[in-house]
Design a protein around this ligand. Sequence first.
Ligand code: PBG
Length: 333
Amino acid sequence: MTGSFPDARLRRLRQSPAVRNLARETDLLPRQLVQPLFVREGITEPTPIGSMPGVLQHSLDSLRRASVDAAAAGVGGIMLFGVPAVRDPLGSGADDPQGILNLATAAVASEVGTALVVQTDLCLDEFTDHGHCGVLGAPDASGTPTVDNDATLERYVAMALAQAEAGSQLLGLSGMMDGQVAAVRHALDAAGHTQTLLLAYAAKYASAFYGPFREAVDSQLSGDRRTYQLDPANRREGVREALFDEAEGADIVMVKPAMSFLDVLREVRDAVSIPVWAYQVSGEYAMIEAAAANGWIDRRGAVLESLLSIRRAGADAVLTYWATEAAGLLRDR
Ligand code: PBG
């Protein structure tokens, strides 16, 4: 202090919109957003998802329209999830070329595949009758079914080939099986799909914030995913997963959920040299929508601040259920 005046006036950089524009450290752009979309087999009209107001289970037709809207809004990609009419222990619908996800991928890829990156979730949980992300093996000592890692890898390889054949440009490996990136990369390369991108959900935590998603895909799961998804207590283990996935050949790694794992996101960003994405999951969406519906929070402000914060923490791109809408808000601003 000199006399009674501050030596440093940090507010100088905040004095006007023009100065604040020059001083802004982080940007949020439509191309950095990816829109997840659900497509359900056997429906002709889209169906609302109660726990995710504003999000729909699409029919093939409404999915095509939503994909065109996303492309027109300038978002970077769409991530497709399938909701099959019939499920079985092996998740046979996942690698069936006539399965809902593969049919939808083919339809959408021919429509918007040059305007944005068409992406597919590569996991068995939507397709199995037990709801786990893989094939079940022998029960453990307590009688709980376990997921057989290596048998599941064979299913992921079959699924990867079917998705690439259908026209998916980027496969989102979200099952958290060991060795999944290497197994899928080798199989794709051997089949000539050398340009298919792999997004590894490296640090995917066993999170309570996936709750609304389970309704979105009519999940059959009883029990939990704690023998394959990460313990929310573990930061170092998330970084370790990301380093393994990078070494196995992942093109991009993901941290998920986003808002309750921003520390992991920052650390992963610093640890790897490939792009890092984050998934703002269904529970994060539902929380803000519910608070806004009650008039407890400014919806537009909270949506954009949440996305900006995920970018600031280190995400190069963000999967968010608001992608298309947020792209519009960013353009109008
Ligand atoms: C697995 C998958 C899940 C989500 C995305 N991919 C469910 C899970 O692991 O339990 C959750 C996404 C969300 O909550 O928005 N196919």
